[in-house]
Design a protein. Structure first.
Length: 315
């Protein structure tokens, strides 16, 4: 019995010893694995660091080389921009062009003959407003023509109200008006007769540009007055009736309209129905209402000769 009791503890101790040995082995293996992984990590870090350094050196060398060759640098920039643009276009959804987009022309405003009425002087604004209401045209283009009449009139030594009166009687401010004998535009200039004057504006088609027609018309009017020796005789020559006994009341209508415009410029109230008299200038009566009469509606140039053989006298 004593021998058996002694053997049991000894057997237990023998069984415990292998477990401790296994733990020692496991601990040693774990330490080895940790050391291995650490060494591998350090190795990878070192390789990566060296690789990045190498790439940096290569990139620096390429940049230095490119900076010394402008053509190569330009080519690289073009290629890079093209690639970026292609990537941007690929990301954007294709937009179908609309009719408004196809017809758009942002520079079209440059062709418009118009001015802000608020930019005119008091006299000019009053005249522009009165003409716009009397002849039922938009105030913006009339404002531009009033400005031009004031500027060109000052250069030519002519009253701007006279220039505007001629446009009113000749075309009622229709820049595309044409008479039976070929007088065209705002001031009904004989384009074929005075084609030399349009050369400075690009050709005869400029007759339908309101500002150009005004400027050429003023040149013709100035020559007519100088040749005829007086304003009324110059108007008769302008309309082609210089050698005729009757001008159809043209000169009287122009001077009457000019008188109305002078009164408006002076701040006077002038009726929208102010008749264009054929008997020369006359004071305008007080305001009244109603429809415009036939004398105001019908342009004088429709009754006046504007005969080519008379206009040709200017040459």
């Amino acid at each position: 019995m004593n021998t058996l009791s002694q053997l049991i503890p000894m057997a237990r101790k023998a069984m415990v010893r292998p477990s401790a040995a296994m733990r020692s082995v496991r601990s040693a293996g774990l330490q080895s694995a940790t050391v291995f992984l650490r060494d591998v990590g350090q190795g990878l870090l070192e390789v990566s660091h060296n690789t990045l350094a190498l790439l940096g050196l290569v990139l620096a060398a390429v940049l230095l080389f490119a900076m010394g060759h402008s053509n190569l640098r330009h080519e690289v920039e073009v290629q890079a921009l093209s690639w970026l643009q292609a990537r941007q276009d690929a990301r954007e959804e294709p937009v179908q062009p609309t009719l408004a987009a196809e017809l758009s022309e942002p520079d079209a405003i440059a062709r418009a003959t118009a001015s802000d009425p608020n930019e005119l002087s008091r006299q000019q604004a009053a005249v522009a407003q009165w003409l716009a209401r009397r002849y039922q045209v938009a105030p913006e283009p009339v404002s531009r023509l009033v400005q031009e009449a004031w500027q060109v009139g000052a250069m030519a030594g002519l009253d701007p109200t006279l220039i505007l009166a001629i446009m009113a009687i000749e075309s009622r401010f229709n820049p595309f008006a044409q008479s039976a004998v070929g007088a065209q535009g705002l001031m009904q200039v004989m384009t074929k007769v005075h084609n030399d004057k349009y050369e400075a504006f690009g050709g005869n088609h400029a007759a339908f540009d309101p500002v150009t027609n005004l400027r050429v018309g003023v040149q013709v009017l100035k020559e007519c007055i100088a040749r005829a020796g007086s304003l009324e005789a110059g108007l008769r020559l302008y309309v082609g009736a210089g050698n005729l006994a009757e001008d159809g009341g043209y000169a009287g209508k122009v001077l009457s309209e000019q008188n109305s415009l002078r009164l408006v410029a002076d701040g006077k109230k002038v009726s929208m129905r102010a008749a264009v008299s054929a008997g020369g200038p006359s004071p305008v009566k007080a305001l009244d209402g109603g429809k415009p009469d036939a004398a105001m509606v019908t342009p004088a140039s429709a009754d006046a000769p504007h005969a080519p053989e008379q206009i040709a006298m200017l040459h």
